[in-house]
Design a protein around this ligand. Sequence first.
Ligand code: THG
Length: 274
Amino acid sequence: MLVIGEKINIMSKTIGPAMKERDPEPIRQMALRQVEGGANVLDVNLGPATKNGPEIMEFVVRTVQEAVPDIRLCLDTMNPEAMEAGLRICDLQPIINSTSAERARLETFLPLAKTYEAEIIGLAMTEAGVSRDANERLMAATEIMAAMMEFGVPVDRLYLDPLLLPISVAQQQATEAIESIAMFKQLNDPPLKTVVGLSNIYNGCPEHVKSPLAAGLLALLIPAGLDAAIMDPNDDLQMAVVNTDEAVLSQDTTIEKSMSVLRNETLYCNSYLD
Ligand code: THG
């Protein structure tokens, strides 16, 4: 499973000020730490940053690429100029995070995906807002898939995201998200890829619940067909689920490789870092 590290985020107490002050060191450290934890891709999340978006994006992309040159980036912003500024300087294939089924967003981000040969995350929501159930999510996903074809972006570059909502406000939604992942896999042959922002689930939950809740949900999402998660790669419990998936469910691995994954020093490194 693809682990997309979530921690280079303007909302973060250390990273937010570093982005604004153009201080590379905290960003460098956060990039290295996430890759040490097992991240395969790093999310660069500018949030709603409209002011100086392109300049901040360029600074963060350059800083992260210098620190971890082998790691792909997932550019997370609604600002099209900031997105393009980042895409233009990515050394490896980027992921655009994200479009939805809204026409304006499709028309903005699909041409960028085509020009920069990027992968793209499609959030299963429409003009009408966040979907209420798995069926509405499937409808939105179908619209995004059709638009990919219309704009000439190969559908194997799409990651469908059911949009996980906090369990504290919408308990039934987690079930709908699991069901959505299974339904997304049925949409196309070969199946499309899927992703979730795993930490959304524990927004507003007490601190001690967060890690086990995310890890438990991940263990339910993977067998439903989850291919990638935007998550905390330095959380031992969640990474144990990722590693167990690779060891137990992977079809193209040897038992020796599986066992070495389970013995991976990642699990030990993480407990020292915290
Ligand atoms: N789908 C897609 N993209 C997404 C999301 C999604 N991007 C944003 C978000 N959801 C996923 N990323 C994060 C990043 C950080 C946190 C949550 C989700 C976060 N972490 C700490 C916490 O909750 O304890 C707080 C960090 C801090 O304040 O220092 O909040 O669903 N496609």
